[in-house]
Design a protein around this ligand. Structure first.
Ligand SMILES: [Zn+2]
Length: 228
């Protein structure tokens, strides 16, 4: 239920190596699309946990070095990072939507915008900003791939499969699909041993925090015919 992502493997490895070299412990790096929290560095179980906005993937060495300095508690003024963020401010704005793309939030039965706002305030403190729309019935690889939702990080758009716009589909199902796609924005992309990972373990743990998670799983299992 996810398509494109913020992938820049070279930058990812470069940043990870740079930090690990500076701190000398293993680093769990996550790249995010979250513009309200550009860089956080914490430790958990002797592992350094770094969450960085995707702009840092292409940062010059000086910026990466400063991130490594912060991680290893060296004194630093963060001035290089601050300047870099300022220079790259454009990349953290929600991208302008393609004019040709029609955004439809009000379905026949379910209103995506209203649900998005509710999920945003319940689970993300209102921090996620992006466009949401029903997919055109004819469009997308949605039907073929049985995809219920997708997040396009280039366009900053969440698209929801219109098969969900039925009175028999409960509100919590649509909210859950929206929640899943918003998690992609909130937690970002991680890189596994060999490939980019979008549904990593912590992602799945967060999915289970959805308040009706058990009901969602059993509804989808028991009503498969409704989803096409
Ligand atoms: Zn997904």
């Amino acid at each position: 239920m996810y398509d494109s992502g913020a992938g820049n493997a070279d930058g990812f490895d470069r940043l990870k190596r740079c930090i690990e070299k500076a701190v000398g412990i293993s680093t769990n790096l996550t790249i995010t699309d979250n513009s309200s929290s550009l860089l956080t560095i914490t430790t958990k179980d002797k592992t350094l946990v770094v969450r960085a906005h995707k702009m840092f993937l292409t940062a010059p060495f000086g910026v990466m070095k400063e991130i490594a300095n912060i991680a290893s508690n060296k004194k630093t003024k963060n001035s290089v990072i601050k300047k870099y963020i300022k220079d790259n401010a454009d990349s953290i704005k929600t991208p302008p939507i393609n004019r040709k793309r029609t955004v439809i939030t009000q379905g026949k039965f379910h209103d995506l915008r209203e649900m998005f706002d509710a999920v945003n305030s319940t689970y993300f403190g209102g921090s996620i900003s992006c466009v949401i729309t029903w997919a055109r019935r004819s469009s997308m690889g949605f039907a073929k791939r049985r995809r219920l939702g997708a997040y396009n990080s280039e366009l900053g758009i969440i698209t929801i499969n219109p098969v969900l716009d039925k009175p028999l589909i409960p509100r919590y199902i649509v909210e859950y699909i929206i929640y899943h796609e918003m998690l992609h924005i909130g937690v970002g992309v991680r890189r596994g041993k060999n490939k980019r990972s979008v549904h990593f373990r912590e992602f799945k743990e967060l999915e289970r925090q959805f308040k009706d998670y058990e009901a969602v799983v059993s509804f989808i299992k028991g009503n498969f015919d409704l989803f096409h």
